[in-house]
Design a protein around this ligand. Structure first.
Ligand code: ACO
Length: 339
């Protein structure tokens, strides 16, 4: 008999800042157009955090909603993890800030940084730790304020990103045929120059000597730099491979998949992955049109949306995937545990 617990998602939450910026508005800032952004990326608008809103603020809103949804309080948690690439501070972790905002203390908190793959990476990490018996209930949040690390004069990047947070409550429980299955994770750091943001010290680090000089802002952080079309080609290729791999390690076939919940970078990348899976587009959860790329928040935000609007049904097979700077990419598979 299997003595390891199965890990279930018991609740979901999401938060998007109030301010919505349309493509039309962006076209007054940089030389772009609604037509270009929609046709190249599928994005129509994005949410932007207010000047006084930090990643921990967005994360705390999403956390509260996920806890309510799971019918528990923060005092019931054994750990709290935030996947983010835009932490409030270099240290302490954003997770520890969220913990104190939830007015609890004692249990471990940490951040995980795998850029847009942060949530997928963290889900795999936590599933392993929880199966090994370390924690029973964990709050996992993907939260980002990407607007703070964008160059608002670079039309190649500023049109693509947005801010937001999504959260899930994970719980170790019985094997009832549902819950998290095996994940696959990958990284190839040789691609780092295609997609990155630096802080001031990196200007002097020997491993970045071939990188172009960058403007560093007063906070010591450079804006996102991306060679978009090169990233695009590798993303399509690696995501095509990783969805096959995660099906293989879990022993499932293409026709078994009920929902693809992809990282929301670009509708053309999403469609290419759905095509690889021979999955009709209506079985894919899409938020990129309204949220743009919210990095580590995009997968849990999409999951939360589909859970709340009733698309996800208990027992259905979900495939989550993401591709990010690094490059770091991966996929999770699960059977939806909720009624
Ligand atoms: N408006 C108008 N024109 C633009 C804009 C813009 N916003 N941005 C670029 N262009 C121009 C370029 O300058 C170029 O002009 P040129 O031909 O005169 O040189 C032309 O449009 C085509 O540019 P490409 O970069 O080749 O356009 P492409 O079709 O590749 O689309 C995009 C660009 C949307 C960035 C796409 O490549 C993409 O989505 N890449 C992947 C992004 C991604 O997945 N990132 C990973 C996750 S993010 C993370 O981890 C933080």
């Amino acid at each position: 008999m299997n003595s390891f617990p199965t890990i279930h998602i018991r609740g979901t939450g999401g938060y998007l800042p109030e301010r919505v910026m349309t493509n039309q508005e962006l076209s007054q800032l940089v030389d772009t157009s609604d037509e270009w952004i929609r046709s190249r990326s599928g994005i129509a608008c994005r949410h932007l955090a207010a000047a006084d809103e930090c990643t921990s603020d967005l994360a705390t809103h999403a956390a509260r909603q996920a806890l309510d949804d799971a019918g528990i309080t923060a005092a019931d948690l054994d750990a709290l993890v935030v996947a983010t690439t835009t932490p409030d501070l270099i240290f302490p972790s954003t997770a520890s800030i969220v913990q104190s905002r939830l007015k609890v203390a004692g249990f471990p908190c940490w951040d995980i940084q795998a850029v847009c793959s942060g949530f997928v990476y963290a889900l795999a990490q936590l599933e392993g730790m929880m199966r090994a018996g370390m924690f029973r209930r964990v709050l996992l949040i993907g939260a980002e304020t990407m607007s703070g690390i964008l160059d608002w004069q670079d039309r190649g990047t500023c049109v693509l990103f947005g801010d937001g947070a999504g959260a899930v409550v994970l719980e170790a429980g019985e094997d009832d045929g549902c819950g998290l299955m095996r994940s696959v994770l990958h990284c190839d750091g040789s691609y780092r120059e295609l997609l990155m943001a630096r802080h001031a010290r990196c200007q002097r680090a020997p491993n970045t000597k071939n990188m172009p000089a960058l403007e560093i802002d007063a906070a010591g952080v450079s804006a996102i730099q991306m060679r978009g079309n090169e990233v695009f080609r590798v993303a399509v290729n690696k995501l095509g491979e990783v969805v096959q791999e995660v099906m293989q390690v879990n022993g499932v076939a293409q026709q078994d998949i009920d929902w693809l919940i992809p990282h929301q970078a670009n509708i053309r990348i999403l469609r290419a992955t759905a095509k690889k899976l021979q999955l009709p587009e209506e079985r894919m959860v899409v938020t990129v049109d309204r949220h743009a790329n919210t990095s580590a928040a995009s997968v849990p935000l999409a999951l939360n949306e589909a859970a709340r609007d009733g698309r996800l049904q208990r027992g259905q097979l979900l495939l989550l995937e993401a591709f990010a700077g690094g490059f770091a990419w991966g996929a999770n598979m699960l059977r939806w545990s909720r009624d």
